[in-house]
Write a protein that binds this ligand. Sequence first.
Ligand code: ASP
Ligand code: MG
Length: 425
Amino acid sequence: MGIVVQKYGGSSVADAAGVKRVAQRIVNTKKLGHQVVVVVSAMGDTTDELIDLANEVSPLPPARELDMLLTAGERISMAVLAMAIHDLGHEARSFTGSQAGVITDAEHGRAKIIDVTPGRIQAAIDEGAIAIVAGFQGVSQTTKDITTLGRGGSDTTAVALAVALKADVCEIYSDVDGIFTADPRIEPRARKVPRISYEETLEMAAQGAKILHLRCVEYARRYDMPIHVRSSFSDKEGTWVVKAEDVVQEGSMEAAIITGVAHDRSQAKITVVGVPDKPGEAAAIFRAVADAQINIDMIVQNVSAASTNLTDISFTLPRGEGQTAMTALDRLKGEVGYEGLLYDDSVGKVSVVGAGMSSSPGISARFFEALSEAGVNIEMISTSEIRVSVVVAESQVQDAVNAAHAAFDLGSDEIEAVVYGGTGR
Ligand code: ASP
Ligand code: MG
């Protein structure tokens, strides 16, 4: 029996009862003969509460100190979890990210893992103990300061440790039974996907499905570490995230053309109206946005009206960055000579994702027909090889998801999706 890495999210260890329940699961896994390494997130909404506290104390907390504060959340859960395991008669030792050998760069609040040296973890499990590691944190190689990996980063800690320890599997536990064909909170007929490729999972996560931290999936794909996404509230088999070949070969059914529908309500849309249609204008606009460190998503440029030689350019971006982008573009007005700026943050994005679509025509047509039958107007469209996304009014996101889900026959006859815990992970 090999090494199993298990990661438990905040909703799984929201209170003392949750901690004890998770401790029992961990012990059960140990009893099956595995060496068990556990990565744990902060209890419940602790991280949000710590951020609120920091903001009450200071309008602009120094990034180094904010990281020091936030990592305390995971230290609480790792210690109490180790205690609960002791009470079940098993030895558990907790480790901070730094003690576990999670080495990062020095970017506070969004540090990247650059090396994992899990000597102490390996020693602990070799001596028969269960190792508990604080997720979402590491230590900078250069400054030796404590860092965090960005919100939701414990998933990435778990996969990185699993890779470094050559674990058989990385199990990620949350409050839903796996990855679903749509968010069960807005599509009650959502079905659990038994197996899904890294690529599809990346698209789903990037398009707003709150399933796994994006970087954790990238990491797993790079090192081919299978992830088993499942609920800590049930014993059901969850969803296996594996390489594309394994989805087709081992799946009992024929691989589906569409795997799921993702939605995202965190975006806004900016339209630059009346841009002169000549070389260099789009370059100037997007240079200004890039220099403001803003990640944009979709871009649409209309054909220019022949009479005026002016065109409109629209793009989407995270809502939180709308103000910064508008300010940056405003400064450009004289240089570019556009007519005006429009900002709309009541938009949402709905995407259908599936590896099979690259070889089957008509997916976009079917998707857009379904939207039209549901009375949903499409504002923007973008595609990748395995995805079609549209921007619609935020008030129509749910209708759009339901329509797409039905159009591609993704629904199950009975209600499969149970949401056990809180509102997220
Ligand atoms: N506790 C951190 C957060 O809430 C990390 C995590 O949950 O993965 O973002
Ligand atoms: Mg959390």
